[in-house]
Design a protein around this ligand. Structure first.
Ligand code: NDP
Length: 315
């Protein structure tokens, strides 16, 4: 055995709701799981200010606080939670061999992949400045805070269409900004969007800047400057919230060529299961789900992954 090699019955990669829930269940099943938290400890929820839709928090909670609670719960049952990244993994033989950026080599009997997906952002400075203060990549998570208000959403795919119609039920008005004059979304979703009275299409425009107020305690968005892609003319849409729905990228690069993925790079799991194409390797949360993408669904699949790992080890 190489120096620096450690063994675990269950290696969990990623520390969002899926990873921590897998850890809680695996630890309680005596698998003594080892978790590498990844690039963004706590995952995507750490960029959300308020979480009102996770069961068990009647007054709501903060994204970072919720992830801290989940981490404490996982550690209470002796999950070995570590900072750092798994940079390489060999799933071709068992035990699986993973290398971490702290120099450790991990021999794992089972692996639970909970590396999530990363929302794509426009990449403009003001977008990150107001992220969590009026800028969001998840309407289902944050739409509620804009009840009765005006918001804008950018994107022309199914996600943007679905989120625009969701927001339209809550908000006074939804501007849907798209860089072309035709939506990419499915015909059914297009019809929904185009037949919703309080969604106004802003065709052939791209967001240039998010504007807002930074004085006092909180920052808040007050508008989005959009530019006509043909004429170059700019105008400001006065909105309280700005939603970015231009796609997600699953964090699956290190598994490329080793596990079955769909054309977008999401891990493929067996029906009603978290089993991947390699026995002993399970996937939970957004890394295998581009439809629901909720903390509670991720947590549910994390639970499934731990139960399946435990059953697989004892079979
Ligand atoms: P998509 O990649 O399908 O759409 C992304 C949208 O964002 C496109 O309209 C694209 O414009 C636009 N866009 C991309 N980059 C930029 C940018 N820099 N500036 C402005 N606009 C930009 O992503 P989705 O998340 O919508 O969907 C991903 C997959 O998931 C799809 O296959 C979709 O069908 C599926 N899905 C299915 C659902 C369902 O069945 N209920 C729900 C949600 C998603 P352009 O069109 O010009 O390229």
């Amino acid at each position: 055995m190489i120096e620096n090699t450690e063994k675990t019955k269950c290696l969990i990669i990623g520390s969002g709701p899926a990873g921590y829930t897998a850890a809680i269940y695996a630890a309680r099943a005596d698998l003594s799981p080892m978790m590498y938290q990844g690039l963004q400890p706590g995952g995507q929820l750490t960029t959300t200010t308020e979480v009102d839709n996770f069961p068990g928090y009647p007054e709501g909670t903060g994204g970072p606080e919720m992830m801290e609670d989940l981490k404490k719960q996982a550690e209470r049952f002796d999950t070995d939670v570590r900072w750092g990244l798994i940079t390489e993994i060999d799933l071709s033989k068992r035990p699986f061999i993973a290398k971490a950026d702290d120099g450790k080599v991990i021999e794992a009997d089972t692996v639970i992949i909970a590396t999530g997906a990363t929302a794509k952002w426009l990449g403009i400075e003001s977008e990150s400045e107001y992220n969590g203060y009026g800028v969001s990549a998840c309407a289902t998570c944050d739409g509620f805070f804009y009840k009765g208000k005006d918001v804008a959403i950018v994107g022309g795919g199914d996600t943007a269409a679905e989120e625009a119609t969701y927001l339209a039920k809550l908000c006074n008005k939804v501007y849907m900004i798209h860089r072309r004059d035709e939506l990419r979304a499915s015909k059914a979703m297009q019809n929904k969007v185009l037949n919703t009275a309080n969604i106004e299409m802003v065709w052939n425009h791209v967001p240039q800047e998010v504007v807002g107020e930074k004085e006092g305690f909180g920052k808040k968005v007050t508008g989005v400057v959009v530019q006509d892609v043909k004429s170059g003319e700019q105008k400001t849409l006065n909105v309280d919230g700005f939603f970015v729905a231009i796609g997600h990228k699953p964090n699956t690069d290190i598994f490329s060529g080793q596990l079955e993925m769909d054309e977008m790079g999401y891990l493929v799991t067996k029906a009603d299961s978290t089993k991947t194409s390699v026995e002993g390797v399970f996937a939970a949360g957004d890394v295998q789900d581009h439809v629901f993408r909720q903390a509670v669904t991720a947590a549910g699949s994390g639970c499934m992954a731990a139960i399946e790992a435990e059953r697989w080890l004892s079979s």
